[in-house]
Design a protein around this ligand. Structure first.
Ligand code: GLA
Length: 382
């Protein structure tokens, strides 16, 4: 599938720019567990997948840079001097944001021509944004010999998102997309920005995603609001981040904060613990516990952290009714996107049929169901 994407990008580049480009593939990600923990310096458990962004890029002698978004059939030309965020600029802000943040570091980025295309469904919570940012930072770093490490590159991608897109995201998406390992998930410590690689093999079970096709818009204030609440509570607790808090600590300030904020902070503390329990359960091959932790995570995201929606809750409820599914939860920032489900491989087809029918009957629209492969992170493709 990516071969096709890469071929399309190559041939579009040839048509537009006539030279031979560098090709970068940067994947999207799933997250097994540990949602909204990354910006709390906590733990998450993401993995890069076999869907992402393919970028063709080369240096240019002209006085500006060109980016062609193949899926949208839109060409954007810009000067690398005096870059500013574009109001409602969509994908353009990810690209110029990366260039601008490289410049902030004192890196000289020359003009370039580029074409990119992706096969991650937009708004699915699979981080097409991080894949796009990483593809450009990686491509530009290689092209202009900027000498950045992968760690430095993901911080640039994250800053582009903060300052040009307006989402105060954590580091999970950029990390997973950059550092992904084939057939593995990464137990990510978001304070150390370091991970332990776990080979993933759920034997007769597998992970599937169900996309509600409800598009979330993370730049909507809801995401940043959650982050503000967490920072406010940490400040009251006199700690750097909620990673450092226990429920007992939180209970000491319970009367000083609203019940809503209490519930949100409690969710983060519990979710962080769940990531550790999840990694232990993987080591013990305790699939039942893995599944329970997924359900608990969803419960917290929906009722305490309040980032779910009717469609996501519906899908998790259907999963709970199915004895062949061990666990399910919403994945990513929330307010739409996908659920991730741990299902008995041989029941996949039946469930797919059944859940599609029920979803259509309830919401009068379609859900989409995918299997994903855990794959390598951002890389140059020959
Ligand atoms: C989005 C953000 C991530 C993370 C998740 C929720 O994907 O980009 O940094 O906070 O939401 O876990």
């Amino acid at each position: 599938m990516n071969k096709k994407l890469i071929k399309e990008v190559k041939s579009s580049f040839k048509k537009h720019f006539k030279t031979k480009p560098l090709i970068v593939f940067s994947p999207g990600r799933i997250n097994l567990i540990g949602e909204h923990t990354d910006y709390n310096d906590g733990f998450a458990f993401p993995a890069a997948i076999n869907k992402g962004i393919a970028l063709a890029i080369s240096k240019s002698d002209s006085s500006n840079s060109k980016v062609y978004a193949l899926n949208k059939e839109a060409l954007y030309e810009f000067e690398t001097k005096n870059i500013k965020p574009i109001e409602n600029g969509g994908w353009r802000n990810y690209v110029i944001g990366v260039v601008a943040e490289l410049q902030v570091l004192g890196k000289r980025v020359g003009n370039f021509n580029s074409v990119f295309a992706g096969n991650i469904p937009g708004g699915a919570g699979m981080s097409s944004s991080a894949a796009l940012e990483n593809s450009f930072v990686f491509g530009l770093n290689t092209l202009f010999n900027l000498g950045l490490s992968k760690h430095e590159m993901i911080v640039i991608s994250q800053k582009a998102e903060h300052n040009y897109v307006g989402v105060k995201c954590g580091i999970m998406d950029q990390y997973a997309s950059m550092f992904g390992v084939k057939k593995s998930a990464l137990l990510l410590d978001c304070r150390a920005i370091a991970s332990e690689t776990f080979k993933i093999d759920f034997t007769s079970y597998k992970l599937i995603l169900i996309n509600t096709n409800v598009k979330h818009d993370l730049s909507e204030s809801a995401y940043n609001d959650r982050r503000d609440v967490c920072e406010k509570v940490s400040k009251l607790l006199n700690i750097d981040a909620l990673r450092d808090a226990s429920k007992a600590d939180l209970d000491c300030i319970k009367s000083d904060i609203s019940n809503e904020d209490y519930q949100k902070a409690l969710f983060v503390i519990n979710e962080n613990n769940r990531v550790k329990l999840f990694s232990e359960a993987i080591k013990k091959k305790d699939l039942k516990l893995l599944g329970n932790l997924l359900y608990q995570s969803h419960e917290g995201l929906s009722t305490n952290y309040k980032v779910s929606c009717d469609e996501l809750d519906f899908l998790v409820d259907r999963a709970k009714e199915n004895p062949h599914i061990l666990g399910a939860r919403m994945m990513g920032g929330g307010f739409g996107g996908c659920t991730i489900n741990l299902i008995l491989k041989k029941e996949f087809k039946n469930f797919k049929k059944e859940v599609s029918k029920n979803f259509r009957a309830t919401f009068e629209k379609e859900c989409s169901i995918y299997s994903v492969k855990l794959s390598q992170g951002t890389q140059i493709v020959s």
